[in-house]
Design a protein around this ligand. Structure first.
Ligand code: SF4
Length: 685
């Protein structure tokens, strides 16, 4: 047997290390005992990876208008149509919609082509749907998109607060680490804040069934109590501005907004105020909201007011959904950021990046964020669109409307691993991309750890890595010399050098003195500078704002969402054993056996009132779409609320494509849509 290949799981943002063994019978996978994210653990999805690498459904050759084509013909057509569109209508008439599934080197190539050579910032990512409000909250508070802490802080804390996070199913190995830590230190307390009783609630010492959307009110009440009880850290507050205003606004918050029993609320506030080592973990339940950035800042305010940040066992902690959402943030894959945490709105930063890239132009204004981009496609303003490694006709809010917009776009290119998704079926040109295990690159997990993904087999058919496809289009558009990489290691070297320049401009993201050889690179936390190697941020009270101080942001909680008579509030989320649109996990019978079909959790009182039977069918509908789901009657949800998973896709209602029903108003700061919720009519089917 050959020695195992060390790579990284392609699913969630925990970023577990995986050992791949190749034998005559095929491959086997196991957890990498030396990877600091998982120390050998894998969850059900990670351990089934070997079952999900078959070629069933793979896109193996380029296609033009549904017909097989050669690479040269397809690439020539893509480059010509993009160049013609730019020449006729300007750089902002084209867009790239990319993905947290891309490796950092792919992301780097796409971002460089769009911002530095096409000259538009119309590149956004499906990570906008996942954690853009965390990015915006971090930037408002810290002056940079910096995750202050480490996974081990969850193990070192005396109180772990999980809010808007079903960690047990969505970040299972981090949950396993938390379980193990709690079992070793039974005095550790865990609070779970969730309107729905999820699997994560099993670990809770205290469970807060909060009213949907009221997290900002809850953390405001914590902040107000900290101030009233004299428990703010006056020493640390010397490194913070805006505390008085944030506390004054927080003090006006109405406890009734939370919908919580006053005794439960008091218990939580006492715990938070009375525990030094607190980590507040948050995820999509906070971010996927029309007020997500405010919710993030309400959490950060509590940690800044007490100096409980950047120290062992203390801090706010955003856990990202996708394997490389963090790498995409770092590399500038969002429409409002430059590479290496440099600011698109800063002319010095723009000039420095353009100079580094020796590019003919540089985007000088933020581009269209995900929802805006598809609105521009619908309005005919984006005339050529390139979608990479994602399925927006299934996963965007108002997915039916997005599908119609893509279908009507003048020219749509989709690079994907799979031949038939809701989105590939709408493309003019399909480009076959290499999948996990077939390409090399890096990803960054939720604790800022950069790990290698490594190929362990050849790409099938004519599939190519995304960075290669992007550079071959750039070459045909006349910029070959700037995209003449022979390998992802060359891209990484360029990226690391750019980060060194960014570091000189004050960016926190500097990996230029990283761990050396790309091929043997171990999982590595950034920053790598000797002063901060492998460490936490903000322990020293130095932030990345112009005055070096953090900002507490006054947060006025949103009023409760209006309720329309006859509707129920739909809450959406993931299940344990499937990932996104199931193109990989759906190939494993073992994973599909956990939950075999799309379902709707309904409270018994609502089921009786509506006339729904256990295991019967329910039809959900609103002005945007409809879905037919299997009924699961349970008190995991409260009356007036229902829950459905996001994973099922397909173009008819019976397929259960739930994002067709989600309206998705966006957060005004981050542009992240409220994917978690919608008002729906529910009836027996
Ligand atoms: Fe993969 Fe996430 Fe499971 Fe780890 S926890 S094995 S990264 S899905």
């Amino acid at each position: 047997m050959t020695s195992p290949i060390r790579t990284t799981c392609p699913y969630c943002g925990v970023g577990c290390g995986v050992l791949v063994n190749r034998t005559d019978q095929g491959i086997t996978v196991s957890g990498d005992p030396d990877h600091p994210a998982n120390f050998g653990r894998l969850c059900s999805k990670g351990s089934a990876l070997a079952e999900t690498i078959g070629l069933e459904g793979r896109l193996l050759t380029p296609r033009i208008a549904g017909q097989e084509a050669g690479w040269d013909e397809a690439l020539d057509l893509v480059a010509r149509r993009f160049a013609e569109t730019i020449a006729l209508h300007g750089p902002d008439s084209v867009g790239f919609y990319v993905s947290g599934q891309l490796l950092t080197e792919d992301y780097y190539a796409a971002n460089k082509l769009m911002k530095g050579f096409i000259g538009s910032a119309n590149i956004d990512t499906n990570s906008r749907l996942c954690m853009a409000s965390s990015v915006a909250g971090h930037r408002r508070a810290f002056g940079s998109d910096t995750v202050p802490g480490l996974y081990e802080d969850l193990e070192l804390a005396d109180l772990v607060v999980l809010t808007g996070s079903n960690l047990a199913w969505c970040h299972p190995v981090l949950y396993q680490r938390l379980l193990a830590a709690r079992s070793a230190r039974p005095e550790m307390r865990v609070v779970v804040i969730d309107p729905r009783r999820t699997a994560t609630c099993e670990i809770a010492d205290l469970l807060l069934p909060i009213a949907p959307g009221s997290d900002a009110a809850l953390f405001n009440l914590v902040l107000a109590a900290l101030a009233e009880r004299g428990l703010t850290d006056t020493g640390f507050l010397q490194h913070v501005t805006g505390a008085a205003a944030a506390i004054a606004t927080a003090s006006a918050s109405d406890p009734a907004l939370t919908g919580l029993d006053p005794a439960l609320l008091a218990q939580f506030i006492d715990l938070w105020c009375g525990t030094e080592k607190v980590v507040t973990v948050y995820s999509q339940g906070i971010n996927q909201s029309a007020t997500g950035t405010d919710k993030v800042n309400a959490i950060l305010n509590c940690h800044l007011a007490t100096g409980r940040i950047g120290r062992p066992g203390m801090g706010p902690f955003s856990v990202t959904g996708q394997p490389n959402a963090m790498g995409g943030r770092e590399v500038g894959g969002l429409a409002n950021m430059l590479a290496c945490h440099l600011a698109l709105e800063n002319p010095v930063h723009r000039e420095a990046v353009q100079d580094f890239w020796q590019s003919p132009r540089m985007a000088d204004a933020p581009g269209l964020k995900a929802v805006e981009m598809f609105e521009a496609v619908e309005a005919g303003k984006i005339k050529a669109l390139w979608i990479m490694s994602t399925n927006p006709a299934m996963s965007m809010p108002q997915a039916d409307r997005v599908a119609r917009a893509i279908a009507a776009c003048e020219f749509t290119v989709v690079s994907d691993v799979m031949a038939e998704t809701d989105t590939t079926l709408l493309a003019d040109v399909l480009l076959p991309a290499a999948a996990w295990g077939e390409k090399d690159g890096t990803v960054t997990n939720s604790e800022r750890r950069i790990s290698r993904q490594r190929a362990f087999r050849a790409a099938p058919g004519e599939a190519r890595p995304d960075w290669k496809i992007i550079s071959q289009v750039a070459e045909r558009m006349g910029w070959g010399a700037s995209f003449a990489w022979n390998s992802p290691s060359e891209i990484h070297a360029e990226y690391a050098a750019l980060s060194g320049m960014a570091g000189q401009l004050g960016s926190d993201f500097d990996i230029s003195d990283g761990p050396g050889d790309y091929e043997t690179m171990p999982p590595t936390l950034w920053p790598q500078s000797p002063a901060r190697r492998g460490g936490r941020f903000f322990t020293d009270g130095r932030f990345h704002t112009p005055d070096g101080k953090a900002r507490m942001v006054p947060v006025t909680p949103a009023a409760p969402a209006p309720h329309r008579p006859g509707t129920l509030r739909l809450n959406t989320g993931r299940i344990r054993d499937h990932w996104h649109s199931m193109t990989r996990t759906g190939l494993s019978p073992r994973l599909s056996a956990h939950i075999a079909e799309p379902f709707l959790e309904v409270h018994p009182d609502d089921a009786t009132r509506i006339g729904l039977n256990p295991a019967g069918l329910a039809q959900l509908s609103n002005g945007h779409g409809s879905a037919i789901l299997r009924v699961l009657i349970t008190d995991r949800v409260t009356p007036g609320q229902v829950f459905a998973p996001i994973h099922w896709s397909g173009r008819n209602a019976a397929a259960g494509r739930i994002d067709a029903l989600v309206t998705g108003p966006t957060d005004p700061v981050s542009g992240q849509p409220a994917l978690k919720e919608a008002l729906v009519h529910v009836a027996p089917f």
